[in-house]
Ligand binder design. Sequence first.
Ligand code: NAD
Length: 509
Amino acid sequence: MMRRSALFLGSVPVMKNLINGKLVESKATKFFDIYNPATGEVIAKTPQSTPEELHQALEGCVEAQKTWAEVSVPNRVRVMLNYQKLIRDHTDELAKLITMEQGKTLNDAAGDVFRGLEVVEHTASMGSLLMGETLENVSSHMDTYSFRYPLGVTAGICPFNFPAMCCLWMFPVAVTAGNSMLVKPSEKVPHTAMRLGELALEAGLPAGIVNMVHGGPDTVNFICDAEPIRAISFVGGNSAGDYIYQRGAANGKRVQANCGAKNHCIIMPDADKEQAINAVIGAACGACGQRCMALSVAILVGEAKEWLPEICAKAAELKPDVGTKNPPFGPIITKQARDRAIKLIDDSEKQGAKVLVDGRKCSVEGFPNGFWIGSSVVADVTTDMPCYQEELFAPVLAVITADSLDEGLDIISKNPYGNGAAIFTQSGAAARKFQHEVAAGQIGINVPIPVPLPMFSFTGSRKSFRGENHFYGKMGVNFYTDTKTIVSNWNPNNAKKSKVMTDFPIFKQ
Ligand code: NAD
């Protein structure tokens, strides 16, 4: 699919940058391949933007933000109201782009767009979210009040697995709060981000408020070091996330980094068996396991151990296929990702794990070069095995057994990640104990993928998050704003009473 946002290198299109309202050809000499994961074809190339291009895009963000910060909050919100309508109207087009470059099914891709759209919709509340606080009479004739100010220029660094949603977690909140944002889409899936950038311009966002620059680590390093950038939003794996958090923070920037995960669920013997099994398999294999909230470990407690054959039967029913046909799930993102996941299963098998449903040798008729991996269930897993220690990001469920809820909770607390966890039970007491004690930031009770709506925030914890203020919701607005607090004295008798005070001020009266 050829897009305006690309020029050509031989017969392969090259993505353009979005700088100051225009799609600009890059003078890059280094490129990254973009695949259609279902066919294995290189469909386009992502340029490594040159230093000049990166500087130009940043300067554009600096200049544009000065005027944008003075635009009234309701008028900034009005742009987002236009934007949400455009995203809604272009959902099918965006979903097709996602399926083409990321591989997920069209239905799942529409969900990816929708969960991002919800964040755009929530920016309609920005007037309330940006309100400061006031207290009259902190002393006689003295009041204190606070305002929230935009930071200036911010930056966003995106992952491949949610080409629309993760991008929309970032710039809509940042810009409605009065900032500009330099966005680096994932080099693996840049088409969707670029289309979202074009639609933002169409919605009325002034040129330069969102600039998009392509590339890999060189672009990221530029963002981490560039002096005008005050804050960086990152979503991706731990290796890049930890690095960006440290390098950005060392340069005095705020960083919020949503990182990798290993999400567990506990299945209690009193759970609704069918609901629990359907939920767990769907959340393990959906999107080919490439969700940061995928359930990749099931802990079967007590008699729930007996449900393993039914879990396996359900998983074996799910076969991947080309995303446009809306199968249960599509291909994995690259050949390397597939080979890595297979190796982690192989190595675990060598250590005694039993591969009861084996998706390692998987093919799809008519698509011999696609990056296929089938649903897999690996049992007798112990916590020292590679398939438990690593985030597989593949449609693989690791199964562990435990004798009690306490034992299950203990396993989860010893795992360093804390993105999400779920329990399946009919016992309120077990559910409450789980929510109270489990070492994870987003908890599902009979809900497999508990991603909060944007009136809350995305509250992954421990190794799954670096920073203080989470994405979207009130915390998202905190992240993108500074607070100014004003203490005012309007005492009509000041002139008469005034004298030199050298003591630290205390407000006594
Ligand atoms: P990734 O870390 O490979 O890439 C993310 C971004 O970082 C990309 O833009 C990439 O160009 C950049 N990057 C990668 N390596 C880099 C390096 N060495 N130096 C500088 N920049 C680098 O992640 P991914 O594979 O695109 O996405 C999958 C990961 O993202 C998974 O670990 C998943 O759990 C995580 N994720 C987390 C959340 C969350 O909210 N916690 C959401 C989505 C994805």
